[in-house]
Write a protein that binds this ligand. Structure first.
Ligand code: OAD
Length: 241
């Protein structure tokens, strides 16, 4: 669908903070530990090489947790789905999150730049498969029938996904909003600078100012489930959608 010239082009980047009220822990709010692990123990290619059992176990636990009955999208995820309905292809939703809460909240198009928990990837062909159960070094890959499956997650030191599409959208953005992300991890933390250089109005929506806060034109401070629906409703009524 072509974009509507009468509406602004919006790029939204979300991080762990948008899913915090859905019961998923953020990365840096718990003494720097992610579910009791240092990130280098579980989220690097080196960790997978040295201790694959731990890495499989860790992501199997995250995948199971995501599918528990008490983990559900919150009002912020739902508001972004409403924004997508109103703005169509003028909106690009990029997430650093590997959960599926945007999709369950109703968003149709979500760019998971750090991969997905509910997916497995063949380390040889790079083919991906929807995957909701546990898997490990004994699980046969559906494409090559060998034991080559790895979590479909972008680990530290690996290239995030969809970078070409994201940079293209940032270069055309009129509005850039970062929601629930601390601004510690690049390249995502650099998106605000790129959007600003393209002339976008930049907004940070977070529980507290992140490390790149000075680069934003506007700050919305508070829990995502309050500030995001408010902002979305204002934008929708501004454009009478
Ligand atoms: P962080 O844990 O670094 O930051 C989460 C941010 O959300 C913090 O700034 C919190 O203040 C904020 N926050 C917490 N609760 C909130 C709430 N209810 N409403 C709004 N904001 C809230 O997470 P990310 O910035 O997403 O990468 O981390 C980026 C990447 O680092 C992750 O994608 C992950 C990690 O290592 C990979 O796994 C590849």
């Amino acid at each position: 669908m072509p974009s509507d010239q009468s509406l602004p082009n919006i790029v939204i980047l979300t991080g762990a903070g948008i899913s915090a009220e859905s019961g998923l822990k953020t990365f840096r709010d718990n003494d720097g530990l992610w579910e009791n692990h240092r990130v280098e123990e579980v989220a690097t290619p080196e960790a997978f090489e040295q201790n694959p059992s731990l890495v499989y176990r860790f992501y199997n636990a995250r995948r199971a947790q995501l599918q528990q009955d008490d983990v559900n999208p919150n009002a912020a995820h739902e508001a972004l789905a409403k924004l997508e309905k109103a703005f169509g292809s003028n909106l690009m939703l990029v997430t650093q999150n590997v959960d599926d809460l945007h999709e369950r909240g109703g968003s149709q198009s979500v760019y998971h730049m750090h991969g997905k928990l509910l997916s497995a990837r063949c380390a040889i062909t790079q083919q991906t498969f929807d995957w909701s159960d546990s898997f490990d070094h004994t699980t046969k890959c559906p494409c090559c029938n060998r034991v080559t499956l790895r979590p479909d997650i972008v680990w530290f030191g690996e290239m995030p996904m969809y970078m070409e599409e994201i940079y293209d959208a940032l270069s055309k953005a009129d509005v850039f909003v970062a929601i629930g992300t601390s601004g510690n991890v690049y390249p995502a933390a650099g998106f605000v600078q790129i959007a600003k250089e393209s002339g976008a109005h930049t907004i940070e929506a977070n529980l507290e100012p992140g490390v790149t806060n000075a680069l934003f034109d506007e700050s919305l401070t508070g829990p995502a489930s309050h500030i995001v629906p408010q902002w979305v409703d204002q934008l929708i009524s501004k454009y009478a959608l």
